[in-house]
Ligand binder design. Structure first.
Ligand code: SF4
Ligand code: SF4
Length: 56
């Protein structure tokens, strides 16, 4: 179980600072979440302006 950032991401960077385990980083096209580190807190989804992070 981990959140995943969809193609809706506009690479604003807002989620990166809100992740308590620092598992979000800028990828080639969109920001990406390290699934092994994500603790499913939902912070990224809460701050994202376009709803790109999706939980399972
Ligand atoms: Fe980080 Fe929480 Fe988002 Fe997982 S759900 S990537 S732990 S902010
Ligand atoms: Fe992408 Fe949303 Fe994160 Fe901004 S807050 S980098 S749009 S996932």
């Amino acid at each position: 179980m981990a959140y995943k950032i969809t193609d809706e991401c506009i690479s604003c960077g807002a989620c990166e600072a809100e992740c308590p385990v620092s598992c979000i980083s800028a990828g080639d096209d969109v920001y990406v979440i390290d699934a092994d580190s994500c603790i499913d807190c939902g912070n990224c989804a809460n701050v994202c302006p376009v709803g790109a992070p999706q939980g399972e």
